[in-house]
Design a protein around this ligand. Structure first.
Ligand code: ATP
Ligand code: MG
Length: 414
């Protein structure tokens, strides 16, 4: 007979406590597999406060990835409404009949609430329970309660042991919203999912490196520049998610893109000499363009950034370049233009929409706007910008017609 372990819970989020007891139960009780079944809505918890069922499901899938004994079951989410375990077990019995023994795994805290669940007698008829003690919960009298239940429901209740992990989803949610660390309480993939999607009030500035950058930038930049910087970082992070780029890298590049912007003229030239930033004729004539090139060197030297893609995104965020910009470079270039604090200019809305639709078309549009704006002002156009504009124009022109997008989302035939 196949023995199937069942881990029910809200998994909001799943953590190592859940995974460890599931593994221990499987080993000690000889389970052939363990099904993790996220509740759609637990009968005893406030609905909708934290995450969507789909998000809890995604996290569980990431958590069990690579473990051949663990599976995720969507039965309760698919059924919708308030979740009652008895309904789930009935469904299983209908499907599997007597072929499988169902072993429902419970922490002591949950076991002690069992009599409040819907139809406890039926529950004991449909499955066997396996109980493990849970640190942080008083389990005085647990053994007596187990024996009593065994007598009352004429069943055997399994006991198994686990090295106690005093971890709960409630505590993790609190840690996240307080900005404390929670990284090692769960598999890496779940941690990344939470941070990438800002779940549970996670704020990106909680990253240890980001917090250091932000503190330094706040000291060095003018308040309006600092606000713009946070706007660019946030926008870049959003775009990164849309285009499957690393959101942390995008956030870092966004934070540091203007790190050399508020240096005075003297310091700018002195640092260019020190870091070997070469000044061509256009940069000499328009020193406000220097901050991007110097910014990359400053990010490297003063902020300890080593990642070449981040440094290039900073370096080319004002001019762009025609050598095939990386996605991160485009994301930073565009975020700088479209971040929410950006003062309105004609064409901003179009670039904003395009940026979330097709980076390359957005680049063409953004460069065209920038070049004509600067021409009107009588400024020199940096050859890197003209090169970038021709590059994107040509690239977009060559795209198959169905890939060419205009900002309304319809296909552009011209
Ligand atoms: P919350 O704090 O939101 O109630 P939780 O951490 O208790 O979350 P649940 O999803 O409620 O997690 O729990 C699912 C099952 O896992 C329950 O049976 C619970 O007793 C058990 N469990 C959770 N964490 C642990 C742990 N650290 N040790 C032992 N059992 C645990
Ligand atoms: Mg709980």
């Amino acid at each position: 007979m196949i023995r199937v372990g069942i881990m029910g819970g809200s998994f909001d989020p799943v953590h190592s406590g859940h995974l460890c007891i599931a593994k221990e139960a499987a080993e000690q009780l000889g389970l052939d597999e363990v099904l993790f079944i996220p509740a759609n809505r637990s009968y005893n918890k406030d609905p909708g406060e934290n995450t969507q069922p789909e998000e809890r499901l995604d996290m569980l899938r990431l958590a069990v990835e690579g473990d051949p004994f663990f599976r995720v079951c969507t039965a309760e989410i698919e059924r919708g409404g308030t979740t009652y375990t008895v309904d789930t077990l009935r469904e299983f019995k209908e499907t599997w009949g007597k072929d499988r023994e169902l072993v429902f795994i419970l922490g002591a805290d949950s076991f002690l609430t069992l009599e409040k669940w819907r139809e406890p007698e039926e529950l004991f008829r449909l499955c066997r329970f396996a109980v493990v003690s849970r640190p942080g919960f008083d389990d005085d009298g647990l053994e007596e309660r187990i024996i009593k239940a065994e007598e009352k429901y004429d069943t055997v209740i399994y006991r198994f042991s686990s090295p106690g992990l005093d971890i709960s989803s409630t505590d993790i949610r609190k840690r996240i919203s307080d900005g404390r660390s929670f990284r090692y309480f769960m598999p890496e993939g779940v941690w990344k999912y939470i941070t990438d999607n800002d779940l549970y009030g996670f704020r990106p500035e909680f990253y240890p490196e980001a917090a250091v950058y932000i503190e330094k930038l706040e000291r060095e930049l003018k308040p309006s520049r600092f606000r713009h910087t946070l706007g660019v970082a946030g926008e870049a992070r959003k775009l990164a998610r849309v285009y499957s780029e690393d959101p942390h890298k995008a956030y870092t590049a966004g934070l540091l893109h203007d790190c050399a912007k508020n240096f005075d003229r003297e310091k700018t030239f002195e640092l260019c000499r020190r870091y070997g930033v070469e000044l061509d004729e256009v940069l000499k004539a328009q020193p406000d363009l220097i901050h991007s090139f110097l910014g990359a060197e400053t990010a490297r030297a003063e902020y300890g950034v080593k990642d070449g893609d981040i440094l290039n995104a900073i370096k080319y965020h004002t001019t762009g370049h025609g050598g095939g910009m990386s996605r991160l470079e485009m994301i930073i270039y565009l975020s700088d233009m479209i971040e929410p604090n950006r003062a309105y200019f004609k064409g901003l809305d179009k670039i904003r929409k395009l940026a979330y639709y097709d980076l390359e078309s957005a680049m063409e549009e953004a460069l065209e706007q920038t070049i004509s704006f600067n021409r009107e002002k009588g400024r020199l156009i940096h050859p890197l910008s003209s090169g970038a504009y021709s590059y994107f124009k040509e690239l977009n022109r060559r795209k198959p017609i169905e890939q060419r997008k205009d900002f309304t989302g319809s296909k552009s035939g011209s």
